[in-house]
Design a binder for this molecule. Structure first.
Ligand code: C2E
Ligand code: CA
Ligand code: CA
Length: 574
């Protein structure tokens, strides 16, 4: 009896264990997102396990039912599927293939495992169906993203670089050349700001579409990012010469791009061209060269193509050097201020001074502000430099005031980047207070280009500054775009006639007529006039004759350090 009870207990325990394991197995199968077929050779019965319904709408019970599977899969998969389902005939243990279903666009991985006995006869077979659709399409997408740019469908930067590398390798072998055209939209920021990024993107897309027509044998085209496109040409000549391609592009740009919102946009681009092996021997260097040339094309007025030459690269490297030195200079404040006197024309009495920055680099070499200020504007260094200029000039000014009590004006050059700082006005006011300078003693010089780029924002600030009592002066007048009519609405007090007019005012009849009419009109508008760059007695006398209010230039005084200004003040107050 005891023995029997023991055996019953044991059987119960084994059953329970089996039930638990069965449940566990079912759970595992069901959460695996796969379906399984189990076949026992002895019973000759097929059982479906787990998610069969996800794949098929029929059941299978024996091997013959498998025939229905062949009707579901796409034609080309039928034979491979048959082979894998009957692998026991080839005495193989396992095999996997991928098939696609006909109507449902499902992608299925079919894996078969067979168990053999010691005599090599198959005993059990498990067939697993796994849905790999998502994985496959992700894979396609990843492949696509690795080579193409989503917005334009052109090659992306990385893939372009690889293909260009191939071109260069081939060119090296075949003694050929490879050209790179680096292209950038002109004023894309203004287009984007004006119409919104969506329209900007649409424009990029349309241009990209147009470019894709130019792809051909030995011509690859890429959208790098934003508004930058690059063309690589193997052995440029004939229909695929840089000139021909550029001509085709320009022809297209004569017509506007019509966006879906109805706007019509005229586009111009700047193009830089560099060729292997002349410009560079390495892929990335070649692209960089073309980019540098493109920047130069921009600086030369945009809407043009420019070809690499050695001097462009030299200039660029020089600029980089200055940029690096500039960083240290800002940190160490290696600057000094010079002041150039301005005089009332009629009596040569001192009106005020213009503050001009000077920079002597570590080697004692003078670097002109005309060179480093534009670089400082690009890399943002102009903000700390500009603040230093204002503080240093006002500090000197306060010293002169204390000593000489001479009523005069301090003119300060201020660049657009400084005006754009939200705390610019506050900063100026704080420094004025610190050095006890009245608003009427300060004049800020702006250039026309500032107004062109950011008209509303900057004019608003200028109006505020003028309301406080600070004078605003328009620098370099005549070099920019302004017409006299346009001047009427500007919040300015003073107009500085550019040196280029004064240079030829004696020798050139036309310049004389223009200068005279400028002075006549400007005085009618109520502005004060200053002639810049007056170098000779003759120029001075002429300007006096035509009633130009003030004179600035080497003739009456070069830019000079603070102590030299003091000598001048001593004379004036003697
Ligand atoms: P700008 O404001 O037009 O300054 C006048 C420039 O003409 C100065 O050059 C001055 O030295 C020069 N100049 C004056 N009279 C004569 C003359 O009779 N003959 C000749 N040949 N030149 C004369 P500088 O000091 O080299 O400054 C160049 C430019 O750098 C300035 O042009 C201005 O745009 C910029 N700059 C200078 N200092 C500053 C500054 O503190 N801040 C900013 N943002 N820009 C500055
Ligand atoms: Ca100036
Ligand atoms: Ca000027």
């Amino acid at each position: 009896m005891e023995g029997l009870k023991y055996q019953v207990d044991l059987l119960n325990a084994m059953n329970e264990k089996l039930a638990r394991e069965g449940k566990m197995l079912r759970l595992i199968c069901e959460t695996s997102n796969s379906a399984f077929l189990y076949y026992n050779y002895e019973e000759q019965q097929l059982r479906t396990i787990a998610n069969w319904d996800h794949f098929f709408d029929f059941t299978v019970t024996d091997m013959h039912d498998l025939g229905r599977l062949y009707d579901c899969v796409e034609e080309k998969y039928v034979i491979p599927l048959k082979e894998v389902l009957f692998i026991d005939e080839q005495k193989l243990k396992s095999q996997t293939i991928e098939v696609k279903l006909k109507e449902r666009r499902l992608c299925i991985e079919v894996e078969v495992n067979v168990v053999y006995d010691t005599m090599d006869n198959p005993t059990d077979k498990v067939i697993r169906f796994k849905d790999v659709t998502k994985f496959n399409s992700q894979n396609d997408e990843l492949t696509y993203m690795a080579y193409y740019d989503m917005l334009t469908g052109l090659y992306n930067r990385n893939y372009f670089v690889r293909l260009l590398g191939e071109y260069i390798r081939r060119a090296e072998e075949e003694n050929e050349t490879v050209a790179v055209m680096f292209m950038d939209f002109d004023d894309f920021r203004r287009i984007n700001d004006g119409m919104g990024i969506i329209s900007g993107d649409e424009l990029v897309q349309m241009f990209g579409q147009f470019l894709s027509d130019l792809i051909g044998d030995n011509v690859i085209i890429s959208h790098f990012n934003s508004d930058i496109f690059c063309i690589g040409i193997y052995s440029p000549c004939g229909a695929r010469s840089v000139e021909t391609i550029y001509r085709t592009i320009r022809e297209r740009l004569k017509k506007p791009f019509k966006l879906s919102e109805g706007q019509e946009i005229f586009l111009t681009i700047s193009v830089g061209v560099a060729e292997y092996p002349e410009a560079a021997a390495k892929t990335l260097e070649l692209i960089n060269c073309a980019e540098i040339v493109m920047f130069k094309a921009k600086n030369m007025g945009k809407d043009k193509i420019l070809y690499f030459d050695g001097t462009i690269l030299d200039d660029f490297l020089k600029k980089i050097k200055i940029e690096n030195k500039l960083k240290d200079a800002v940190f160490e404040q290696n600057f000094t201020m010079y002041y150039q006197p301005q005089f009332h024309t009629t009596d040569k009495v001192l009106r005020g001074v213009e503050a001009l920055i000077r920079w002597r680099d570590d080697n004692g070499k003078m670097i002109s502000p005309a060179v480093f200020i534009p670089i400082a504007e690009k890399n943002g260094a102009i903000v700390p430099i500009g603040t230093w200029v204002i503080e240093e000039s006002l500090r000197a000014f306060a010293g002169w005031k204390r000593k000489y009590h001479y009523p005069m004006i301090m003119s300060l050059n201020v660049s657009a980047i400084q005006y754009r700082q939200p705390d610019f006005i506050e900063k100026v006011l704080r420094l004025m207070e610190k050095y006890d300078i009245a608003p009427s003693e300060i004049e800020l010089e702006i250039t026309e280009s500032i107004l062109i780029d950011d008209f509303t924002d900057i004019t608003e600030k200028l109006v505020t500054l003028r309301d406080i009592g600070i004078k605003i002066s328009l620098d370099d007048f005549g070099t920019g775009y302004s017409s006299l009519a346009y001047l009427k609405g500007l919040p300015i007090d003073t107009l500085k006639i550019d040196k280029s007019f004064i240079d030829t005012v004696i020798t050139d009849e036309n310049t004389r007529i223009i200068t005279e009419s400028i002075i006549y009109m400007v005085k009618k508008l109520g502005f004060e006039t200053i002639a810049e760059g007056v170098e000779t007695e003759e120029q001075y006398r002429y300007l006096n004759e035509i009633d130009c209010d003030n004179i600035q230039g080497y003739f009456l005084g070069k830019p000079m350090p603070s102590d030299k200004i003091e000598n001048l003040l001593a004379d004036m107050t003697a």
